[in-house]
Each structure stands twice: as C-alpha cells, then as structure tokens.
Design a protein around this ligand. Structure first.
Ligand code: ATP
Ligand code: MG
Length: 174
C-alpha cells in the first residue's frame, strides 16, 4: 500500500501524545511515566510502499521502548526527512542507553539488556526482532546508535516513492 508517511507517523505520535494528556493519575495504582514528544518533520509529503498496520507495530514498539527505558519527564525526539532516494525516520530518547557490547544483539529474538533491569520493565524481547523483520521485508534498514547513560536513537530508512497517489492523479488529469 502506498502510504503518506508524514500522515501515518503523525497519527501514531498523536496517540502517544493523547496517552499523556488523558492521564490525570487519579484512580490509578501507578501514574504512568511522563514524557514529551518533539517532532521535526519535513514539510514535504513522503510516500512509501508499506503495510500501515505493520509500520504502526514497529513505531509503537520503538516509542514504548523509548518511554520504558527513560527516566520520568524524558524528551523523545522524532524526525522525518528525505535523502535523495530514501526516507529517514529517527526516534531519540534521553534514557538509559544500551551498553556497547550489547548493541549488536538488541535486534535478536528474546535478547534483553541486563535481565534484572529488563524483567522489572516487562516485555518479551521480541519487539525489535519483529521490527527488523517488518522493515527488511519492505526493503528498508533499521539500526541504533546509543551511548550508555545518555540515550538511544533508532533509525529507519525506507525506499522513497517519487510520486504519491495525488501526484499520479493530477498527471492523469493534466
Ligand atoms: P517487547 O518489545 O517484546 O515487549 P522488550 O521491549 O524488552 O520486549 P525489544 O523491544 O526487542 O524487547 O528490545 C530489546 C531490548 O533492547 C530491551 O529489553 C532493552 O534492554 C533494549 N532496548 C530497546 N530499546 C531501548 C531504549 N530505547 N533504551 C535502552 N534500551 C533499549
Ligand atoms: Mg519493546
């Protein structure tokens, strides 16, 4: 499916923004962690060929990780830009970061950094393995840069479709 990535990414992040705003903390055993999302998007519409439900699953996991492995009040920066033939998307957190020795393994099935730390947070260690599968299935790439104690940035590139549906329609008419 040809998807407008600006719209889809916006839709996903709006849901994360809503989770913060709707949460008053009243009547909850434990107040969810607070966080804020900063968006740096290109103005230009970027079209990619992708299964939107699978893409949502990937971004949900990376966002949930960013929240889970960050201190309260962390800022998550989400970027969307184009290179000459690719779309580049990144999600940066100010969290725990990932030890250098584990960087090569976090996309492996069931791998979790420091079992004790991870167990307390919940999860199975499958999220990033599934994310990599989905992105590579769409001829994209996914990788991470991280500094322990500073934070992590997850990058995704996807092949960029020069024309969106609207452009093709206009060309037909013209
Ligand atoms: P699941 O996603 O299946 O619920 P999970 O979040 O533990 O479980 P992954 O999403 O695959 O699994 O992440 C694998 C491991 O990589 C995590 O357990 C965590 O140790 C580390 N990790 C992932 N994202 C971050 C991040 N943003 N900051 C620090 N560590 C991270
Ligand atoms: Mg996860």
């Amino acid at each position: 499916e040809l998807v407008n990535l600006n719209e889809l990414f916006t839709y996903i992040l709006d849901r994360f923004d809503m989770m913060i705003k709707n949460e008053t903390g009243e009547g909850h055993e434990k107040r969810p962690k607070n966080y804020s999302i900063k968006r740096e998007f290109t103005q230009r519409d970027l079209w990619v060929e992708i299964d939107p439900d699978k893409f949502i699953q990937v971004i949900d996991n990376i966002m949930n990780n960013a929240i889970k492995y960050s201190p309260d009040g962390g800022v998550i920066t989400c970027r969307l830009v184009e290179t000459h033939d690719h779309v580049l998307l990144s999600i940066s957190d100010q969290g725990l970061g990932i030890p250098k020795k584990d960087l090569g393994r976090i996309f492996d099935r069931f791998f979790r950094v420091d079992k004790a730390r991870s167990r307390a947070q919940g999860g199975t260690g499958l999220g990033l393995a599934i994310s990599r599968e989905v992105i590579e299935m769409h001829n994209g790439r996914i990788w991470v840069e991280s500094l322990e104690g500073k934070g992590s940035t997850f990058y995704i590139t996807l092949p960029y479709e020069e024309y969106g549906e609207e452009d093709l329609w206009n060309e037909d008419q013209g």
